[in-house]
Structure formats: structure tokens, C-alpha cells
Ligand binder design. Structure first.
Ligand SMILES: *Cc1c(COP(=O)(O)O)cnc(C)c1O
Length: 447
């Protein structure tokens, strides 16, 4: 297997052999596949094996790999310019397109990743409020900036410890962390420290620790308390933006954030992030205001033109009903198969036999929102916070993941990542997926 050889070589020259941790397969075990080409819903690995791809680069590819419209734009761009480090019309077109359509943004600044967009938006929030503290929620991911690589500690609600080495204690001290789905904790924290909070950062559709769909009332409470105490409400829509609807979760919930962060889809598959909001905040950004933020390759023509092609196609085609329908069809089929063949799960049982919460028979279900999906063990209550995720989830997912992978179905390699559909996942591809999945699961569970 060529992938295995390449991974051995990669480990010698890059940490863990990868350039982003989840790619390593650490969460599911085994050796990562090295992919060479992709088209539509399909990816081909270095050995020539084909896979139906439900990761889609973790979300950017709403129309699938190398969508023809975007591809054409990118090929044209090669012959026009690669980067100027100077003013150009392409970012202006994308900015005008978005500002004229998204009612809660007056101005937008393009950067190169989701991480950069959140980092910059928080700087704006601190400058606007002259406060230092940031509130985030356990289970929400906002990129790898220091201030937000912090999760809840086991002590008092709101006290924090870091998820990564190398983060200064003063940064940790300024990041407050609360569980999702808990209005009472929210109120208490705001009473205690609300007047010191610069920004409340939240994924309005948390999709980086499973798919933790929040009650609308909870997000409303977050918004209301932020307003009341003068903290800026920052919606991190890096995943949900343009994926759930053209206006993202802000549109779906009817809640307007003060600042919003985009990434993933906004660049049409190229490295683009953006932060945006009302003029009163965005005008604080240099050179208009005192908040410094810059980028050598920011707003580069590939990302801007691919992004515009993506946005035009989104507003024209409004693919969301179609995507939801395909996603439901896929999940209904997969859950049916899992519940037919993968309920009594002996191998997992052996792993968990010392566990107090050990369950001998499980039922599967899916959580979906539009084209996002998450497979999990059935629970009595909807899972809305990370501590409600059933014990053993990671191992159960790993087993399903490998069974499907062997039959040419690629899911994101972690039980805590969500799955993504694109418009390239046609009815026939979904039917094909379900046929392959049935074989895979039957074989894995010895039926
Ligand atoms: C992916 C993601 C980020 C980070 O974006 P990068 O482009 O990987 O830096 C931030 N926030 C959310 C919600 C994300 O899903």
C-alpha cells in the first residue's frame, strides 16, 4: 500500500506526518490514506482506489470537488494574476456581493483562514469595548488561536485550563469557558464578570465536537446577555456560513451578531477567511482605525474569484432543500443498516467491559442539520453539550469508520467531526453509498 509508505516518509519530515492533526487518523486508528485526485463526490488515492467523500475538505466544497464553474474561474485566474500585494477589483466584487446581501454586515475584511478571522475579530472586540475577557463555550472550536484553545476545567464553571501546551497563563486567565445549553451558568457568569467581557464567541451551530444543535432560546439568551452587558456577540460561522443557508445560522435563527467570521465555503475551496460586521466595529480596523491586521496574500485573486463564483452559484441555485433531502436520505439509510446489523456490538463491549456505563445493545441515530450530519448512539435526550455524548462514542465510530473505508466510503476520520454533503452527492451516489455500507457493516459484524 503506497499510502503506508508515504506516511512513514511524512513522519520523518513533518510532525506526526501531517499538516493538521485530525488527518493523522489518531482518533480512529490505522494509517491515513493519501489522496491524489478528486472530482465531484469522489476522491482517488495514490493506489488508484476510489472513495465516496463525505468529508469534502471539512466543508468548503459545497458543490463537490473541482466544481466546473469554479474550476473554469480558477483556470482563467492562472492566466490573469497570482498575487499583487496591491489593490485589485476581485476582492471588491466579492465584498460588494456579500455586503449587499447579508443584512447585518456593513464591511468585511478578507484574511487567509478561519483561525485568522476569529483572531482578528476578537482583537476588534477588545478594542471596541476596551475590555480583555472573552467568553467561549466548551465544545466550540474557533481555530487554533491561543485565546480560544482553552476549554472548561473541572473546577468552578468559568475557570479554564488549556487544550494546548505553549499558551501563556495570562491568556488563559482572560478566556472564560461555559458549557453549551446552560442558561443558568450563563446568567451567573454574566452577573459576576459581564462588565469585563469584550466578546462572546459561539458557533451558532456547534459542529466541531459532534453536531450539537442548540435550542434557539439558548442562543437568544447568549445574544440578550451580551447586549445587556455590552459584550460583542461574535458568531463563528466558519462552518455554518453559506452551508446551512446563504445567511448562515444568523439567518436561520433570526439573530444578528455584532461580528461574524467566515471561512471554508467563502473561498470556494481556496484559503480564504473573512470577518465582518457593522461599520462602527469594522472601522476600527487599520488603516481606518487603530486595530492592526494585515496579510501578504490576503484577498489573493484565486480565493477572491473562486469565492465569488461560489457565492454567485449559491445565490442562484439555492441548493439547500436539495442538500437537506440528500442528507436525510443518506442518514435514514445508514441508520437503518446500522440498526439492522450493528446493534449488539461485541468488540466494543470488550473494550468497555470495565466501564460502569457499559451497554450491551445499542441503537444508532443520526443528527442532521441541512447538509451536515453526525452519526451516534441513540440517546433519550438530544445531545446539546459535550458531556451528553455517550461514553464509547469514539471507539464505536472508529469501527464503523474503518468498515466503511474498506468499502470505499470516506468519512472525516474522527467521531467528533461532522460529515458533509455536496450537490455532487447525487441520488445514484447515495444509493451506491448505501449498497456499499450494507456490505461493509454486514461483513464487519459477521452477518
Ligand atoms: C474550521 C473552523 C475554524 C478554523 O478555520 P481554519 O481555516 O481551519 O483556520 C474556526 N471556526 C470554526 C467554527 C471552524 O469550523
Amino acid at each position: 500500500m503506497k499510502s503506508r509508505e508515504l506516511f512513514e516518509r511524512a513522519k520523518l519530515v513533518s510532525p506526526g506526518g501531517v499538516h493538521s492533526p485530525v488527518r493523522s487518523f489518531n482518533s480512529v486508528g490505522g494509517t491515513p490514506i493519501f489522496f491524489e485526485t478528486a472530482q465531484g463526490a469522489m476522491m482517488t488515492d495514490v493506489d488508484g482506489n476510489q472513495y465516496i467523500d463525505y468529508c469534502q475538505s471539512f466543508g468548503p466544497l459545497l458543490f463537490g470537488h473541482r466544481d466546473e464553474t469554479i474550476s473554469k474561474t480558477v483556470r482563467e485566474t492562472v492566466d490573469m494574476a497570482w498575487s499583487f500585494g496591491a489593490c485589485e477589483p476581485y476582492s471588491l466584487e466579492l465584498a460588494e456581493f456579500l455586503v449587499s446581501r447579508i443584512p447585518f454586515i456593513d464591511k468585511i475584511r478578507f484574511v487567509n483562514s478561519g483561525t485568522e478571522s476569529v483572531m482578528s475579530a476578537l482583537r476588534v472586540a477588545r478594542a471596541a469595548t476596551k475590555r480583555h475577557k472573552i467568553l467561549k463555550f466548551d465544545g466550540c472550536y474557533h481555530g487554533h488561536l491561543d485565546a480560544l484553545l482553552v476549554k472548561a476545567g473541572s473546577g468552578l464553571a468559568g475557570e479554564s485550563s488549556s487544550d494546548s501546551a505553549g499558551i501563556g497563563s495570562e491568556i488563559i486567565a482572560n478566556t472564560l469557558v461555559l458549557p453549551l445549553d446552560d442558561e443558568e451558568a450563563l446568567e451567573k457568569l454574566f452577573e459576576r464578570e459581564g462588565d469585563q467581557i469584550a466578546a462572546v464567541a459561539i458557533e451558532p451551530l456547534p459542529a466541531n465536537y459532534g453536531l450539537l444543535i442548540q435550542r434557539k432560546e439558548f442562543i437568544e439568551k447568549v445574544a440578550k446577555l451580551s447586549r445587556k452587558y455590552g459584550a460583542l456577540l461574535l458568531f463563528d460561522e466558519v462552518i455554518s456560513g453559506f452551508r446551512v443557508s446563504p445567511l448562515g445560522m444568523a439567518g436561520d435563527l433570526g439573530i444578528e451578531p455584532d461580528l461574524v467570521c467566515y471561512g471554508k465555503i467563502i473561498g470556494g475551496g481556496f484559503p480564504v477567511g473573512a470577518y465582518a460586521g457593522k461599520s462602527q466595529y469594522m472601522d476600527l480596523v487599520a488603516p481606518q482605525g487603530p486595530v492592526y491586521q494585515a496579510g501578504t496574500l490576503s484577498a489573493n485573486p484565486f480565493g477572491m474569484r473562486a469565492g465569488l463564483a461560489m457565492m454567485q452559484k449559491i445565490w442562484q441555485e439555492q441548493p439547500y432543500d436539495l442538500l437537506s433531502k440528500s442528507c436525510k436520505e443518506l442518514m435514514n439509510g445508514l441508520v437503518r443498516i446500522l440498526n439492522l446489523y450493528a446493534r449488539i456490538d461485541e468488540k466494543t463491549n470488550t473494550i468497555f467491559s470495565q466501564n460502569k456505563n457499559y451497554i450491551s445493545e445499542i441503537e444508532w441515530e443520526s443528527v442532521t442539520y441541512g447538509s451536515l450530519f453526525w452519526l451516534k448512539q441513540k440517546t433519550e435526550q438530544p445531545v446539546r453539550s459535550i458531556d451528553a455524548i455517550p461514553i464509547g462514542h469514539k471507539q464505536r465510530f472508529a469501527r464503523i469508520f474503518h468498515a466503511l473505508l474498506n468499502q470505499g466510503i470516506y468519512l472525516a476520520p474522527s467521531g467528533y467531526e461532522v460529515g458533509f454533503l455536496s450537490t455532487a452527492h447525487t441520488k445514484s451516489i447515495i444509493d451506491d453509498t448505501l449498497d456499499k455500507a450494507e456490505n461493509a457493516i454486514k461483513k464487519e459484524f459477521g452477518k
